[in-house]
Design a protein around this ligand. Structure first.
Ligand code: CDT
Length: 316
C-alpha cells in the first residue's frame, strides 16, 4: 500500500487588532471541521495565527506587546482546537507568539508547533530568520519589528515522525522559506514534507518600487525550488487580506516534490486548500538528481557555515 497523507492548508483572512482570541479560534475550528469533512489528516495554519500581525506597530509598553503573546499552549482559548483535532484524529501546525520563562529569564519567540493526531505536541520550532528591523522608523508607512519583539530561535531545524505511516515532517516559519539552508538542513534529516505559515505584506516596505506580483512570484519561486531541490512536499499557508488597513498577500499553496504547485488558494479570506499527497512521489528525485549521499560536496560548501555576509574575494 502506498503511503499517502491528505493535508489541508487553512488560510486565514485578516485578523484585526480588535478581534478576540476566542473569535479567531472559532475560525480555526471551522476550518479544521472543513478539512475533516474532506478527509484530511493534517491541517496547516498560518504564522502568528491567533492575532493580527502585530510587528507592524511600534509599541513601547511591553505589557501592550505581551497581549499578543501566549504564555501557555494549549491555553484556555486554544484548547477547543486541540480537543476537536484530537477527537477527529487530525494533526496540525500552528504559529503563535511564545512567551516563556527559561532559567529565570523572560523570552519571546515567533514559534510554531506540530500537534499529533492524538492531541500531543510532538515538535516545536522557533523562527530563525527574523526579518525586518528593531528601531522605530516613523517615516515608514508601517514597521516590521520582528527583530525587536522576538529573539532568534534557538531550536534549529528539526523533523519529526508523524501519523500512522511515520511520515517525516519538518517545520519553519515565513521568511525562513526564502533561505535554501532552511530546507536543506531538514532535507539532510530525512524530511518528506515541510510545513510553514506566513504573513507577507503585499508591498515591500524596504523596496516600495517592487510590484506586488513579484512578491507572490518570489514566494512561489522559494517554495517550489525548496520542494524540488529536496524532493519533498511543501505546504505553505498564508494569513491574507487587508488586516487593520495593511495588505498581506495570499498564495497559500501545496507544492509537490516535483516543484509543481498542485493546489492553491484563490481568495484572500479564510479558505481551506486540500491535497492527497503521495509520499512516495519524491523518492525518485531523492534517489537520482538530489541523491545527497552520492552527489553533495560539503568540502566545497564550508563558507556557508563559516561566513554570514559577502566578502568580495576574486580569484584572479
Ligand atoms: N513574517 C515574515 O517573515 N514576513 C516576511 C516579510 C519580509 S519583508 C519585511 C516574509 O519573508 O514574507
Amino acid at each position: 500500500m502506498s503511503r499517502r497523507l491528505k493535508v489541508s492548508a487553512a488560510q486565514l483572512g485578516p485578523i484585526h487588532r480588535a478581534d478576540s482570541r476566542k473569535s479567531v479560534v472559532a475560525r480555526l475550528v471551522e476550518m479544521l471541521k472543513e478539512a475533516d469533512s474532506r478527509g484530511s489528516k493534517f491541517v496547516v495554519f498560518p504564522e502568528l495565527a491567533l492575532t493580527t500581525f502585530f510587528p507592524r506597530w511600534w509599541m513601547e509598553d511591553q505589557a501592550e506587546v505581551d497581549k499578543y503573546f501566549e504564555a501557555q499552549m494549549p491555553s484556555p482559548e486554544t484548547l477547543p482546537l486541540f480537543e476537536l483535532a484530537r477527537s477527529k484524529g487530525i494533526g496540525f501546525y500552528l504559529g503563535y507568539a511564545e512567551l516563556t520563562e527559561e532559567e529565570g529569564k523572560t523570552r519571546r519567540f515567533n514559534t510554531s508547533i506540530l500537534v499529533g493526531p492524538d492531541g500531543r505536541t510532538v515538535g516545536k520550532y522557533r523562527k530563525v530568520h527574523l526579518p525586518g528591523h528593531a528601531e522605530h522608523r516613523p517615516a515608514s508607512p508601517y514597521q516590521h519589528l520582528e527583530k525587536k519583539y522576538f529573539e532568534v530561535g534557538d531550536l534549529g531545524f528539526n523533523v519529526w515522525k508523524m501519523f500512522k505511516d511515520d511520515i517525516i515532517v519538518g517545520q519553519c516559519i515565513c521568511n525562513d522559506r526564502r533561505w535554501p539552508e532552511t530546507f536543506r538542513v531538514m532535507g539532510l534529516k530525512g524530511a518528506e514534507m515541510v510545513v510553514l505559515g506566513y504573513n507577507t505584506p503585499t508591498d515591500n516596505v524596504y523596496a516600495p518600487k517592487e510590484p506586488p506580483y513579484l512578491r507572490v512570484f518570489h514566494h512561489n519561486l522559494s517554495i517550489q525550488a525548496a520542494a524540488y531541490q529536496n524532493g519533498i512536499w511543501v505546504v505553505a499557508t498564508a494569513k491574507a487580506g487587508k488586516e487593520d488597513g495593511f495588505w498581506l498577500h495570499g498564495g497559500t499553496a501545496i507544492v509537490a516534490p516535483t516543484g509543481e504547485i498542485v493546489a492553491k488558494s484563490n481568495t484572500e479570506e479564510d479558505e481551506v486548500v486540500s491535497y492527497d499527497c503521495d509520499m512516495e512521489l519524491g523518492e525518485y528525485i531523492r534517489n537520482t538528481t538530489f541523491n545527497f549521499a552520492k552527489h553533495r560536496r560539503p568540502e566545497h560548501y564550508k563558507l556557508i557555515v563559516e561566513r554570514t555576509g559577502v566578502k568580495v574575494e576574486p580569484s584572479n
